[in-house]
Design a protein around this ligand. Structure first.
Ligand code: NAD
Length: 305
């Protein structure tokens, strides 16, 4: 099995690296947070002290970092002596799974290409549950042959793999998906709140809408009303999951893509305003994004009723 360097072991990267270990890969792991390194070491990962050590001799380098600045910083600016991209062997395939701006993904991929290194942008959908279960969806931008080389690794971490197009296209696909997710989640929270205010039981209303023409992913897998669905963030005080801060970041990327092309996104724009209001009024940046229900009121909520 190939050697992999894995950088960024957070809510997503940690379980993804664990699944590679479970599939039999040798994985050198690195994160800035010692506890995250220790956790992966306890699962068989080889904890190293720098990104340079993680990529040394690796056939694949995978990164899973918060945002564009972290990815640019890691590959183009990071190390004391030389940028990481200058320390990666041309035989190593670089796969960045972070959700970042398409232009940042293209910039890093171009720097890699100038050094003879193949790089894919491969952001994911499916949340922490998908990362843990190994059922993520990968939305990939870059060379088709490089994707075929990466496929066995992606299959160890995910259930669906889409080739969106050239470098940066994976990020465009991911940004469009998350903008739609934010719109669906706010719409679902709004409808639940209206129904409950008019006397309906939230679980019964959820079933009605799920099996009618309003059915959507939030109602099927991620109900935002506390107590309606087991095992989702809404039923554990909106802890874990996909943070409101990260959704606001992704909606910001959608606004950048809109500004770059002049293509209007009024619904996405409104969803971003609602999420910003939610973060400011209810200090919700660190809560799962389905906590937008609280902005509308959810029985245990803060506003509305
Ligand atoms: P996270 O904040 O939990 O993890 C990020 C990790 O990167 C942290 O452990 C941090 O210490 C580490 N890190 C930051 N800079 C580093 C550096 N220079 N070197 C090494 N490690 C570094 O974030 P997450 O939830 O795992 O999300 C990661 C990415 O995946 C984000 O782009 C996010 O938008 C995307 N994403 C998240 C989810 C989700 O449900 N959480 C779902 C899909 C996509």
């Amino acid at each position: 099995m190939a050697d992999i360097g894995f950088i960024g072991l957070g809510n997503m990267g940690g379980p993804m690296a664990s699944n590679l270990l479970a599939a039999g890969y040798r994985v050198k792991v690195f994160d800035l947070v010692q506890e995250r390194l220790d956790l992966l070491a306890s699962k068989g990962g080889d904890a190293v002290e720098s990104p340079s050590e993680a990529v040394r001799g690796a056939e694949f380098c995978i990164s899973m970092l918060p945002a564009s600045a972290h990815v640019r910083g890691l590959y183009l600016e990071s190390a004391r002596d030389a940028a990481l991209i200058d320390q990666i062997d041309p035989t190593t395939l670089v796969i960045d799974c972070s959700t970042i701006a398409p232009y940042a993904a293209r910039e890093v991929a171009a720097a890699a290409s100038a050094r003879g290194i193949d790089m894919l942008d491969a952001p994911v959908s499916g949340g922490t549950a998908g990362a843990e279960a190994g059922t993520l969806t990968f939305i990939v931008g870059g060379d088709a042959a490089a994707l075929e080389r990466a496929r066995p690794l992606l299959e160890a971490m995910g259930a669906n793999i889409f080739h969106a197009g050239v470098s940066g296209a994976g990020q465009v696909g991911k940004i469009c998906n998350n903008m739609l997710l934010a719109i669906l989640m706010t719409g679902t929270a709004e409808a639940l709140s209206l129904g409950v205010a008019n006397g309906l039981d939230p679980a019964r209303l959820s079933s009605i809408m799920r099996d009618s023409s309003g059915g959507n992913w939030a109602l099927e897998k991620y109900n935002p009303w506390p107590g309606v669905m087991d095992g989702v963030p809404a039923s554990r005080g909106y802890s874990g999951g996909f943070l409101t801060d990260l959704m606001i970041k992704d909606l910001g990327l959608a606004m950048e893509a809109s500004a770059a092309t002049g293509k209007g996104v009024p619904m996405g724009s409104l969803a971003l305003s609602l999420y910003r209001m939610h973060r400011e009024q209810l200090d919700a940046g660190g809560l799962d994004f389905s906590s937008i229900q609280r902005l509308y009121g959810s029985g245990s909520g803060v506003s509305g009723g």
